[in-house]
Design a protein around this ligand. Sequence first.
Ligand code: FAD
Length: 362
Amino acid sequence: MTEIRIVVVGAGVSGLTTALLLSENADYKITVAAKHMPGDYDIEYASPWAGANYLPVSVQGTDLAEWERNTWTVLEELARLHPEAGIHFQEAVLLNRSKDLESDNLSALAASTVTDPWYKDFVSNFKNMSKDRLPIGYENGNTFTSVCINTAIYLPWLTSRCLESGVTFKRATYGHVSEASNAHSSGIIADVIVNCTGLSAGKLGGVEDKNMIPARGQTVLVRNEGDGMMYATSGTDDGDEEVCYSMTRAAGGGTLLGGCYQKGNWDPQPDPNLAVRIMKRAVDLCPTLTSGKGIENFSIIRHGVGLRPVRVGGTRIEKERINGDWVVHNYGHGGYGYQSSYGCSQAVVKLVEEVLRARPTL
Ligand code: FAD
């Protein structure tokens, strides 16, 4: 087979994972072109701000459930065999109140906390908590062994793996997706463009997906470590858009406290009042975070704001002909871009193969 030139637009977790899986085919010569790269912190770049953990949010039988299922297999193996990826196992404690499950806004996040979740059959050590172990105010609790991804290590690790496989990288900002066809390192027009532009797919020429909306997430990264558990609740009494979660990142990455899920809010600045509520809720749930001494005892590394790239109707993994170029889309992963990353990228690899099979032979 002759060489196939592929340009992946976007260097978030979606673009990097897709480039890595595509690079397993030695005939594919891949260039990743992006405005933001690992190491950057920017409101237009969701990936560095994520926790990130694995708490499935999908409904059984859907594409997303398959993508989350397929991703677990890889994340579990990375946590077990590849400490250099910055992923470690952590016990998750998921708590819910039935009133939160009725909230339209938080129901996607609350899905992982339901009594009998579909994913319980493949994650390790799943248990429903006995009522006497539940913190006051919660009606149900589940525990299982999840993973926490230190994004500051994992994104550069994905980049290094891509480089090792011959993928090239360049900084570029496109007004129209077709401009990327000129970005291949060979200088020859690309055969396929893969669009992994996250929230910016709403503005990118040729795509302009009106279904893209941000779901703002504010976080506080602290040096403190609690009791070793990862917590997530289905909601809080501080408002319909506020949630409570915490997880300790691998390899000294600190503990990430969240958060909120503010749909339609583009504000890049941390709200100091919300930051106080986030810290307060975290110590209420896990007092050992500050040795029982309240939020004054937090040592803060950074306040953060990231915009989850939500797509009404779900993640878009599709092929499309735009201005004569073949484009395969992989965007709109909301609050589950890491935990569906391998499943989505595997689906993209199949679509790229379909596009190439359908081309007239030269
Ligand atoms: P992005 O990371 O936004 O990357 C987009 C890329 O496209 C960037 O490189 C950008 O520069 C490039 N780009 C965009 N437009 C252009 C253009 N015109 N020209 C050139 N380049 C362009 N997910 C989980 O699975 N687990 C979690 O625990 C979790 N927690 C989260 C917590 C918070 C606070 C937030 C904000 C998100 C969380 N997420 C979590 C969601 C996850 O972070 C996102 O779904 C994921 O990062 C999306 O990745 P992406 O690569 O699609 O987009």
